[in-house]
Design a protein around this ligand. Structure first.
Ligand SMILES: [Ca+2]
Ligand SMILES: [Ca+2]
Ligand SMILES: [Ca+2]
Ligand SMILES: [Ca+2]
Length: 409
């Protein structure tokens, strides 16, 4: 008996050592670090909104596309060079009245990257549009074509094959539906005819409690229930007399039609949303930036398109807008990065990086300087050293900032 007890104790000590060792190892992964920004001018007037990366001129080096609101030129293409820098000046394109957001895909299936840009139009009350730019593969585009967005004030776009016919469709978040009897915006599906032309399909309005206004803002597509077709998560502001709150609305895809699912409470003024695996259970989770709550809300998925109560993590600054999930310190766990726009044109702002612990929680954010009013964000291996760098679109200075990843290996 004594021997057995001793062996058991030894085994427990060994197990404890392994567990402690693993914890120590996990904690030893350094937090992501970034060098001071290298800045690039976007000539002219404008308020950059978001960034899209892709090799638009097909020279083997990733380029950056900036969607720019309130500008004569709505799309700027910064061509990447092999040394991690970008060609100045960028190529600029006049395609929209008021560009709010851009996404990329190959919409006509010719192998060249294309763009779709949500266009608010000449005023807040104008019918919204989505402008499609078919790429020629040399960093230029065919003449832009505009398609009705199915509502007003379109912002967020998501790309996925909604109807399963092999081409990439769009979903667009219209903050206002355009129906005078409705206090809700909508999410409208734009179905691709296979050649990059789009027609408005189903529109879904979020549930709207009495005396409130609910407006979808940003979208993310992902297979949330594991049935193989793309579901959608929409962030929406909820405005009532008592103030503003935020929701994430689940739209479940059933053979190409969306049904409204759960509404999950998140921080006020929710902005960009990403789907990712944050707690290691292979069930898709989400994270969204709360523009007024100054945090990132993380919702852990149950694998059936429902989510548990969200948990908020401070974003490290004021007014988080863009958000991405990427393993920034190469420890196998997806971290979060968000642009905090700051307090106004003089407020600076920063980039907040939240290091994942791998269990759905994140360490206190580390902040990095970008430009004036960071608003758009993407990550890519711009410096080609295996580590993801960050690119930031600065709303107040109309500049691009690139932050080299300097995390110790
Ligand atoms: Ca390129
Ligand atoms: Ca194409
Ligand atoms: Ca399709
Ligand atoms: Ca990580």
């Amino acid at each position: 008996m004594r021997v057995k007890k001793g062996a058991l104790l030894m085994a427990m000590v060994a197990l404890l050592a392994v567990l402690l060792g693993e914890t120590a190892l996990a904690d030893r992964a350094p937090d992501p670090r970034f060098a001071p920004p290298k800045n690039y001018d976007n000539p002219g007037r404008g308020t950059p909104q978001n960034l899209v990366k892709g090799d638009f001129d097909e020279d083997g080096v990733v380029d950056l596309v900036m969607a720019v609101a309130d500008s004569a030129n709505d799309v700027s293409l910064f061509e990447g060079k092999r040394d991690g820098t970008f060609v100045q000046p960028p190529k600029q394109f006049d395609v929209a009245r008021y560009a709010a957001y851009a996404v990329k895909s190959d919409f006509n299936g010719d192998g060249h990257l294309d763009l779709a840009v949500s266009d608010i139009g000449k005023s807040q009350t104008a019918p919204g549009a989505v402008v499609v730019l078919l790429g020629k593969g040399d960093g230029t585009f065919e003449k832009a074509r505009s398609f009705p967005s199915g509502g007003k004030q379109p912002t967020g776009l998501a790309v996925s094959d909604v109807d399963g016919d092999g081409d990439k469709d769009l979903a667009v978040a219209n903050s206002v539906s355009g129906d005078p009897n409705s206090a809700a915006g909508n999410v409208t599906v734009l179905l691709n005819n296979g050649e990059g032309a789009f027609e408005a399909g189903q529109s879904v309005e979020p549930p709207t409690p009495p005396s409130s206004r609910v407006g979808p803002v940003f979208l993310a597509a992902g297979d949330l229930d594991g049935d193989g077709d793309p579901d959608i998560l929409a962030t929406a502001f909820v405005a009532t007399q008592a103030g503003e709150t935020g929701n994430v609305l689940v739209l479940e895809n059933g053979e190409g039609r969306y049904a409204r699912g759960q509404s999950v409470a998140v921080g006020a003024d929710p902005q960009q949303i990403v789907v990712g695996l944050f707690d290691g259970d292979r069930r898709p989770d989400f994270a969204t930036a709360g523009g007024e709550s100054n945090n990132v809300s993380v919702g852990l998925g149950n694998g059936d398109a429902t989510f548990g109560k969200t948990r908020g993590f401070p974003s490290g600054g004021v007014g988080p807008t863009s958000l991405l999930a990427r393993d920034l310190n190469k420890d196998g766990k997806k971290d979060l990065a968000t642009t905090n726009i700051g307090e106004g044109p003089g407020g600076g702002g920063n980039v907040g990086v939240l290091t994942s612990r791998g269990d759905g929680t994140f360490k206190k954010s580390k902040t990095f300087r970008a430009g004036n009013g960071p608003a758009g964000l993407t990550a890519g291996r711009f410096y080609r050293d295996g580590r993801p760098d960050l690119a930031v679109a600065n709303a107040f200075s109309n500049k691009l900032s690139v932050l080299k990843n300097t995390t110790p290996r």
